[in-house]
Design a protein around this ligand. Sequence first.
Ligand code: G1P
Length: 271
Amino acid sequence: MIKKCLFPVAGYGTRFLPATKAQPKEMLPILTKPLVQYGVEEASDAGLKEIAFVTGRNKRAIEDHFDITYELEDHLKGSSRENSLKSIRNLIDECSFSYTRQVQMKGLGDAILTGYAIIGNEPFGVILADDLCFGEEGIMSQMIKVYEKYKCSVVAVEEVAPEDVNKYGIISGQPLDERHTRVETMVEKPEPDQAPSNLAIIGRYILTADIFDILRTTALGRGGEIQITDALQTQARQGKVIAYRFKGQRFDCGSIDGFVNATNFFYQRMK
Ligand code: G1P
């Protein structure tokens, strides 16, 4: 059974400056909830109750968010606002939270490898909080079912416009059915004329523990960083990566457009 979910949250969030000068980008709110809380709720709903953050400098607000705030709770007690902390209190009661720091920004692969200290030798989920996902069934829950069937690494994918392939890890392989593909090739942010397809990895992964050993020997890739896509390519060569076209929607909240779309989407749902 998978119990742990890793959240790499060390990145700077330069696209949202100056808003992210003194606060983590993961704490920017979509309506009244910070982005990272949506991700943790998705993990918890999927049964992943051990939450592991790979943090960096200036990220303390995330730790404070997933902790009790006695003074505030006392102040709200008995008032009409008491319920406004309910969603986060539920998470704090249901989940445990651990933190380790990525010292240098050497890429997503390095961030995940840093998480080994908390994850150890077991399969685990990874959620990139920037990719806010919504489905009638949570995307991570859907992926757990895929893992249970295939018992190998799983990446969530969706089709993107051909001119956007250079923003994503791109996969191709043998389609098994409408939603599942056994991955053969993975390329990190290829130029459109080099891309093997337009199926893009979005920020949801289930990784088997051998990924850590692979990451330890993965050479620097695109952008001079250690890329999880390159490490996954090693597993894919052995037929051990399934790409899953998830049911639902995803908003790229690392971009202004995606952030605004997510805000509008959740606002419409709230009304
Ligand atoms: C990362 C991964 C990329 C993936 C993307 C999903 O890129 O390296 O393969 O497609 O997340 O959001 P980043 O967006 O961190 O540049």
